[in-house]
Ligand binder design. Sequence first.
Ligand code: CA
Ligand code: CA
Length: 359
Amino acid sequence: MKFSSLLTVSLVYITTVSATPSIGNVFCSNGHQAPSNTCCVWYDVLKDIQDLFQGICGDDAHDALRLAFHDAIGFSPALTRQGQFGGGGADGSIIAFGEVELEDPSNEGLESIVASEKVIADTHGVSYGDMIQFAAAVSVRNCPGGPRIPFLAGRAAAVAAAPEGLVPNPFDSATTIINRVGDAGLTPNDMVDLLASHSIAVQEHIDETIPNRPFDTTPGVFDTNFFLETLLPGKVWPGTHDNKGEVLAPFVEEFRLQSDFALARDSRTSCRWQSFIGQQSLMMQRFGTAMQKMALLGHNANSLVDCSVVVPAPTLPIPGVPILPFGLPVHDLELTCPAAATGGTSFLDGLLGLLGKLF
Ligand code: CA
Ligand code: CA
């Protein structure tokens, strides 16, 4: 890992938060067992995806997770109410109509994973919408600390490209982002929960002079460091300083998105943000739930088949509590969640007590 020297987590084994899905009683021709014949093919897909990911939490796995959000968020009931096509959500349109959707600057950098997943989906005759959400679940499972996300199969093929402009941008304000995801059916809490994904993410194209610069010091570990480190004051430009969507980072080894900075401090999202610091199990559980909700945008769960059992159970160590990098002081943290909004002083006191113990 490029920044392995910065790894600031302690790794401990704890019980995974996800319930174990039922293996079912259908015997597949490929030697596996599943709850439904629909699920059998996904074992073959899994092998190809893990070959692509090389079984690890690397660049392709990061891209697959990003792709899942960019496909699903292409869903706008507001446009539908205006008589326009509002997009099909998690329908695989970003693969099926890649020649259109990949022209959107918000989707820059997804070309390679779209091409790879298209080949695998076509090889096995599965829908692109299913392919994208399955690959995302596998990608998360490959990262230490990543929860086991349920997977439902049976999404129909996309009928058209998603309308332009539905993917939030890093230069959007907190209000713009909250309103956009709200239109799609996700709450501000859901948005924060989904942003746990930035714990295993890097930037590639916002500042092309420093590709793969991560959003936290542990991009190979699904931990709570992201929620902690984004609260440090911004001090440096890690690369060039005139990039749309970037704000000052706390140190040169890290990259900070304007949207992450804003949501970490906005009164509508800061309490949820702060609530994840040092709370690995809570973050895993809420991220998994939000991913399930996102994967169903544009779909009805009752018309899909639960193939969660095909996503392998995580086997990697789960991170412990985060530590502020480089010995930075805890009093530097820009904690904006008002204690009153969280039921008195207990939340903030508890948080500062936790941090005090940690640092
Ligand atoms: Ca879509
Ligand atoms: Ca991380």
